[in-house]
Design a protein around this ligand. Structure first.
Ligand code: SAM
Ligand code: SF4
Length: 321
């Protein structure tokens, strides 16, 4: 694809001074895991013929770069299940991005490593909710711990920039905090603990399994020495460096929402753009250009909330986390 020119003709700045420069692209809503807090029992995936095509995704992303998007993260569902993943990445790779990454459950990461190594898609957020095989099975409902663990270590060794996402689940994995700290110390990989968000099925687990970042930090203080690192203005996480070298972050979307500094738009696997994880309404960007595209983007960012919307019933795998 030819790169559109000139770049950053416009900046997308909303009425609250938030400069929108990050784009999450959900490549599909299907997944090969069934994490308790994400995947409903009755799986209902978008038919393939309704997915935005590789060409549409690349065209939309290329157009959004003109409006100041400089960071793209691919997600899903499970993005590595997309058959044309490599085509999409190769084309997006030509865009002038400051940061390009993907979020994955890593079941199929091994087979993509040598491909990814030769692209700019270097920032991998890998979900790992437990360091114990049986517990991993209980949470994800797949017996893939060894595969995931080996792949993430290989990715780190290959020089890709790996971070771990671990959803905090009271009574399910909150007894593993020390092990995650030791894992980070040993591997040099940053672990980010995500508060469980009230999205989709997680609404039904919330009372039983939510545990706040503060509760975990208090527990960590009893045993470990660590210092908070300075955080960029639109960062979603706050991060700590431990005396032993571990790097631990928190994304406390429930107890410390960061909507006031949010700089993201979300492109769904259906080609619709949404202003927020917690908003269902989307505008299809397929085929939109020029004034029509700008109008759709302006409409979308006008809807971007500044305060956390309490909950959404739409499942997370459909939104694209
Ligand atoms: N399948 C990929 C994965 O799991 O990394 C990408 C999509 S997944 C929806 C993206 C991230 O959202 C994962 O780290 C997952 O653990 C997280 N997630 C899903 N549902 C969540 C919830 N209700 N609260 C907090 N995080 C959630
Ligand atoms: Fe799949 Fe990711 Fe949802 Fe787990 S969190 S079910 S891996 S989309």
């Amino acid at each position: 694809m030819g790169i559109p020119f000139p770049y950053k003709k416009f900046k997308l700045v909303d009425g609250h001074g938030r400069e929108i420069h990050k784009l999450r692209i959900s490549l599909l809503d299907a997944c090969n895991m069934s994490c308790l807090y994400c995947m409903p029992e009755n799986k209902d995936f978008l038919a393939k013929n309704n997915w935005a095509s590789a060409e549409e995704i690349v065209e939309i992303a290329g157009n959004l770069v003109l409006y100041g998007i400089d960071q793209i993260r691919l997600t899903g569902g499970e993005p590595l299940l997309r058959p044309d993943l490599r085509t999409i990445i190769k084309k997006l790779d030509k865009l002038p991005l400051a940061k390009f990454g993907l979020t994955t459950n890593a079941i199929h990461l091994d087979r993509e490593l040598s491909f990814l190594k030769n692209t700019n898609c270097q920032y991998l957020n890998i979900s790992l909710d437990s360091l114990d095989r049986e517990n991993f099975f209980k949470i994800t409902q797949t017996d893939t711990f060894s595969k995931v663990f080996h792949s993430l270590i290989k990715a780190q060794e290959a020089g890709l920039k790996v971070k771990i996402n671990t959803v905090l689940l009271k009574g399910l994995n909150d007894h593993e905090i020390d092990q995650f700290i030791l894992f980070s110390k040993k591997t040099g990989i940053e672990v980010r603990f995500l508060e469980l968000m009230k999205i989709g099925v997680a609404n039904h687990y919330f009372t039983k399994h939510f545990i706040s970042a503060d509760e975990i930090i208090k527990k960590m203080e009893l045993k470990w020495d660590f210092k908070q690192r300075p955080m960029p203005k639109d960062s979603t996480s706050f991060n700590f460096t431990f005396n032993n070298g571990a790097e631990i972050g928190f994304i406390a979307s429930e107890s410390k929402p960061f909507c006031g500094g949010c700089s993201r738009l979300r492109l769904g696997s259906d080609g619709a753009i949404r202003p927020c994880l917690f908003m269902d309404q989307g505008i299809s960007l397929k085929g939109l250009k020029g004034d029509d595209l700008l109008e759709a983007l302006q409409k979308t960012i006008r809807l971007k909330p500044t305060d956390r919307i309490p909950t959404i019933e739409r499942p997370m795998h459909k939104i694209g986390g």
